[in-house]
Every structure is written in C-alpha cells, then in structure tokens.
Design a protein around this ligand. Structure first.
Ligand SMILES: Cc1cc2nc3c(=O)[nH]c(=O)nc-3n(C[C@H](O)[C@H](O)[C@H](O)COP(=O)(O)O)c2cc1C
Length: 171
C-alpha cells in the first residue's frame, strides 16, 4: 500500500466540525486540487467559489432551510464551503464537478481537514430565495451548483471502516 492509497481508503464524510478556521493558504491548495480534476473535452466551464465567512455560510443555510422547510439547517456548521458551479449548457458539468469534489475531499483529508458533499442546492439553486445569495457570492446566473463541499477541522479522530460494493475480475 502507498500513502496515496492509504489516504483514499481513510477518507470519510465528516458531519461534525470544530470552530478552528481553515487558513486561506490551505483553502487555496484544496481548490487547486479541484482545478486539477479531469474535465470533459477539457472545457473547464466550472467556477470554484470559496466561502469562509461563517455568517455568509449560515445565511445560505438559512435560505436552504426555508426553501426545503428544514428547521435549523446548517450544513453541519462547517468553517468553509467550496462551491463548484458549472455552466448549465455543459453536457459534462455535473461529471466535471463531481470529479473536482472528490479531489477537494481528498486534498482536504490530506491536510487533516474533514469534508462532506452537500447536495441540497442542486434542485433549488434557481429558487428566488437562493439565487440572490448565489449572486452575492458572484456565482454566475448561468451556472448550476450540483454539489458543494462543507469543510472544517475534525472534532473526533476517524475510525477506519470496511467499504462494501461488488468487485469482479474477468481474466
Ligand atoms: C452525490 C452525493 C450526494 C451526497 N449528498 C450528501 C448530503 O447532502 N449530505 C450529506 O451529509 N452527505 C452527502 N453525501 C455523502 C454520502 O452520504 C457519503 O459519501 C456516504 O454515506 C458514504 O460515506 P463516506 O463518504 O464516509 O464514505 C453525498 C455523497 C454523494 C456522492
């Protein structure tokens, strides 16, 4: 086993963060990992929006909570969000952004920063309550947010778990 495989095997979705902020340098490194993801036809029609203000994070969470009728919605109280968005015209936007998100999760994990995919915006990012907040974050109106990364330092140490799924070798 090499260190990178160990890193992949030990990543977990984290849903409890402490309040320690993530440095801008680390956030830049993590976004750079997102930018290094593969992209259909190398179109790279994505944008990565990094939100490190906890009040702005909660403002977006409150709006999502209102639209989805989820009381006290808070994205698990992360200290940062990385919001990849992509052109709604791109046939690969959703796939490109999923690849970018996985790079983001692994890069964060390599820096002992926890992360989780947040799916709630996908179907509501054009909602009249949500879009003005995305506008204020300078996410293009023409972009969809398929998933985003909530990030923060880990509250408790990770337990390694066995993963399930079918594997079959044809030789
Ligand atoms: C497409 C997709 C959507 C997801 N949406 C959410 C979500 O909205 N909230 C959440 O807490 N976790 C979300 N997850 C994380 C999964 O629940 C998690 O990856 C899964 O339970 C396996 O756990 P692991 O990431 O620790 O391996 C999502 C994951 C994927 C790939």
């Amino acid at each position: 086993m090499n260190n990178f495989i160990d890193l992949i095997l030990s990543r977990r979705s984290i849903r409890k963060f402490n309040n320690t902020p993530i440095s801008k340098n680390d956030l830049e490194l993590i976004v750079k990992a997102g930018l290094a993801a593969p992209s259909g036809k190398n179109k790279r029609t994505w944008k990565f929006t990094v939100v490190s203000s906890t009040s702005k994070i909660q403002m977006l969470a409150d709006a999502i909570g209102e639209v989805l009728s989820r009381k006290n919605y808070n994205f698990y109280k992360p200290t940062a969000l990385i919001i990849p968005s992509n052109s709604r015209e791109s046939p690969w936007g959703r796939d490109d952004n999923a690849c970018a998100l996985q790079n983001i999760f692994l890069a964060a994990h390599s820096l002992q920063i926890g992360s989780v995919w947040i799916n709630q915006l996908r179907d509501i990012c054009d909602h009249e309550i949500i879009r003005p907040i995305l506008d204020s974050f300078e996410i293009p109106k023409e972009h969809i947010v398929y998933g985003l990364a909530a990030l923060g330092y880990i509250e408790e140490p990770l337990k390694i778990i066995e993963r399930t799924g079918l594997i079959h070798f044809v030789e």
